[in-house]
Design a protein. Structure first.
Length: 173
């Protein structure tokens, strides 16, 4: 339902104020004959709309809140889950979010990545073609080229740190 207020729905300069029961009523508001700046308030949500210069109703203020935290509370995640078919208590829903504990990968004695007791067969070393890197290391004024394999007990290493390690290895013979 839509109601008009103030001066039989007409305000100065052709402005109009409307009161709507639900946000769905906004689409039924007139766009012709209302001056830009006309307003509409939605009772159920406290939302406020204003007509722009293109004759479109746009949201001016949501939930009647002026940023003071006085807007309507939304649904909880549990409420949304129930609305989407979850059957059970809130405690059961929380338990349903808990996944199985996983194993932390580690590097085995053979240099492969292991998950639990399973050898993945994936080497934990990197082979780097320095021709494709943007900052290739320079040793005594010459670019280091070719394939270099470095073994390290780290999960990741920056290109800069890797270059520093290579430089130390090359300089130390």
């Amino acid at each position: 339902m839509i109601s008009t207020i103030s001066n039989s729905g007409k305000l100065a300069y052709g402005l109009q104020d409307f009161i709507c029961d639900t946000p769905a009523d906004i689409k039924d508001l007139p766009s012709n004959g209302c001056a830009p700046g006309s307003t509409a308030s939605v009772i159920s949500t406290g939302d406020e709309y204003i007509m722009n210069s293109k004759g479109e109703w746009i949201l001016k203020k949501s939930g009647g809140s002026s940023g003071s935290g006085s807007g309507r509370d939304g649904e909880s995640a549990y409420d949304i889950a129930v609305r989407n078919g979850f059957e059970g208590t809130e405690v059961e829903w929380l338990e349903s979010l808990r996944g199985q504990d996983g194993d932390t990968p580690y590097i085995g004695a053979n240099g492969n990545w292991f998950i639990g007791q399973t050898d993945t067969g994936v080497k934990a070393t990197a082979e780097i073609d320095y021709n494709n890197l943007t900052n290739r290391p320079v040793v005594n004024g010459h670019l280091l080229e070719g394939e270099v394999t470095i073994e390290a007990e780290v999960n990741s290493i920056s290109e800069e740190s890797l270059n520093q390690i290579i430089m130390e290895e090359v300089n130390n013979g």
